[in-house]
Ligand binder design. Structure first.
Ligand code: KG4
Ligand code: ZN
Length: 334
């Protein structure tokens, strides 16, 4: 079964072709970072317009690289939500129209389901059941995954997502958007012991998160301590240490509570080297194994949508001609 996957929920246009027998045949991505950088964040209308410009050339590129014609496909999967509604509608309407034209099924995919299944694209793939730590720009969640479509949310952020906290703190320190990777690099130059940031919500039971306080802590430290280069690096270091520590504590708790010894980390922040190192240490101690997507599939991409769509199609999904994008769409509704 050959499935085309389209991702346009935020600031990346991703297209990929997945074959259930041969694996990933081709994938292509256009990042809008340069487009939004001058504004310090994603401008939704510019994002939508750029998706319109990029999506068809990317579909052509992927099909020609794989040497596959539209008529050889068995389905088109597209991200239907959650995300920026104008951006989503580009992928939704393109996906639905291509499927209609090629007379094949269209499958609406939940963006976070795409992220959480992404590690299964790798040669070293996790097996069900597993605990998924989803850490992206819009979400932070711990999910118990028993099978495709069986998602129990164990905990989630009550305010900012981990990626959002990274981006806001990076902006404060004068780093370019999106600040996550730059903040992580700056943290390597800092002294993580100079400032101690709190580990929010770790002193009480439960698996929920809260990251907005860390950002405030960073602002206050910055105002008080000045903004020389070393201080900035020390703030970055203390911030990263606090986020990584907090995520690590909750992952360990989830493993202990459920007895599930397989952990998956996915979403943009799972590309973070400090987090990867910490989760590996925790899993070693707990006798558990941790799995990640390759770094380019941690952030938004078409491959995870093609893959999730393929699994959904194999399970009998497919939909009527109507379609909608959903800016908000709880994973628990799947
Ligand atoms: O999953 P993603 O591409 O988009 C959403 O669905 O939100 O995640 C993007 C987020 C951004 O906040 C970005 O700063 C963060 O992931 N990110 C990182 C790293 N790479 C991406 N944060 C920390 N360290 C990184 N290496
Ligand atoms: Zn994402």
């Amino acid at each position: 079964m050959k499935i085309l996957g389209l991702e346009t929920s935020c600031d990346e246009t991703g297209v990929a072709l997945y074959d259930t027998e041969q694996g990933l045949l081709a994938h292509a991505l256009h990042s809008q970072i340069a487009l939004h950088e001058v504004y310090g964040g994603v401008v939704p209308e510019l994002a939508s317009r750029d998706h319109v410009r990029r999506i068809i050339p990317l579909v052509r590129k992927v099909l020609s690289e794989a040497g596959v014609a539209g008529s050889d496909l068995d389905g088109v999967a597209y991200t239907a939500g959650p995300g920026l509604i104008g951006a989503l509608l580009v992928g939704v309407s393109t996906g639905r129209s291509l499927a209609y034209g090629w007379n094949i099924p269209a499958v609406a995919v939940h963006h976070m389901e795409g992220h959480l299944l992404a590690p299964m694209l790798e040669e070293q793939a996790p097996e069900f059941p597993f605990i998924a730590l989803l850490v992206s720009g819009g979400h932070t969640m711990l999910v118990k995954v028993e099978a495709v479509g069986s998602y129990e949310i164990l905990g989630e952020s009550l305010d900012d997502a981990a990626g959002e906290a990274f981006d806001k703190t990076a902006k404060l320190l004068g780093l370019a958007y999106p600040g996550g990777p730059a903040l992580s690099a700056l943290a390597e130059k800092g002294d993580s012991k100079r400032f101690r940031f709190p580990r929010p919500m770790t002193d009480r039971p439960g698996l929920d998160f809260s990251f907005s306080g860390l950002k405030t802590f960073a602002v206050n430290t910055y105002k008080k301590e000045g903004d020389d280069d070393q201080t900035k690096a020390d703030i970055a270091s203390a911030f990263v240490e606090a986020v990584v520590d907090t995520l690590g504590i909750k992952c360990k708790r989830a493993i202990q509570q459920t007895g599930i010894k397989t952990l998956v980390a996915a979403g943009g922040v799972s590309a973070n080297t400090q987090l990867r190192k910490r989760l590996r240490e925790i899993c070693d101690k707990e006798g558990a194994e941790v799995f990640y997507p390759r770094p380019e599939f941690c952030t938004d991409n078409g491959a995870m949508i093609a893959y999730a769509g393929a699994l959904r199609l194999q399970a009998g999904a497919g939909e009527a001609l109507g379609f909608e994008g959903r800016a908000r769409w709880p994973l628990s509704e799947l």
